[in-house]
Design a protein around this ligand. Structure first.
Ligand SMILES: *Cc1c(COP(=O)(O)O)cnc(C)c1O
Length: 227
């Protein structure tokens, strides 16, 4: 079943890329394995997937310990500062950076391990109160405020879109974040290397790809619903 799901997702990536005139290899599939047990994740690994996303630190650490070491683990959930130390030794990318204090903590912990950790700035494009992330108009100042931190590298932007009945309602949010992404990229700022636009989940990834996403975070469409 996982195998069929993966084939469907890859087909959809290909058709969304072709609709929007993009190369298929410009979109990375991040397999969101939160709540899923090791055998299912191992099955995905054996199908060739190497990037997995989790949203809870404890679960992330224990899966990291049990799974093969060539996996790139991504933290996609809200991150408390006192838990950064547990993932700092191995995490590939943190998608949910939205405060100076969190960025400073990641920088400090990365330094202890002699690493530079890739981070994405989480943006709350739809301004939903329930969501974490900076407003669009706060991103520039935020980038200025973290520019001196040498052990983190800002590699892009991330957003979690709303969950409307008609997924096309998310298109304007994806468009808006893509525009900000391109603007920042063109500025060529120090310590910012805009390559990653993490947007799109099971329900809206096709639209996100059409609007320029480079990383889609897919859980239920790949592993089955989480219930
Ligand atoms: C759970 C989660 C996903 C995956 O959601 P699905 O709808 O199951 O694909 C993507 N991004 C974040 C931040 C999540 O927490």
């Amino acid at each position: 079943m996982l195998r069929d799901n993966l084939i469907t997702i890859k087909d959809n990536i290909a058709s969304s890329c072709s609709i929007s005139g993009r190369e298929v290899d410009t979109v990375e599939l991040l397999a969101v394995s939160k709540t899923k047990a090791i055998p299912a994740i191992m099955e995905a690994y054996e199908l060739g997937l190497r990037s997995f996303g989790e949203n809870k630190v404890q679960e992330l650490v224990s899966k990291y310990e049990e799974m093969p070491k060539d996996i790139k683990w991504h933290m996609i959930g809200h991150l408390q500062r006192n838990k950064v130390k547990y993932i700092a030794p191995f995490i590939s990318c943190i998608h949910s950076v939205d405060s100076l204090r969190l960025a400073e903590t990641i920088d400090k912990e990365a330094q202890k391990h002699n690493r530079i950790i890739d981070v994405l700035v989480e943006v709350n494009v739809s301004n939903e109160e329930s969501k974490f992330g900076l407003r669009i108009d706060e991103v520039n100042n935020f980038l200025n405020s973290i520019y001196h931190l040498k052990n983190i590298q800002v590699t892009g932007l991330m957003t979690i879109a709303p969950n409307p009945h008609d997924q096309n309602e998310n298109r304007p949010y994806f468009k808006e974040l893509h525009k900000l992404f391109v603007d920042i990229k063109q500025e060529k700022r120090d310590n910012v290397n805009m390559n990653v636009l993490s947007m799109g989940m099971s329900k809206d990834y096709k639209i996100a790809i059409e609007e320029g996403s480079t990383v889609i975070r897919i859980g239920s469409n790949l592993f089955g619903s989480r219930l």
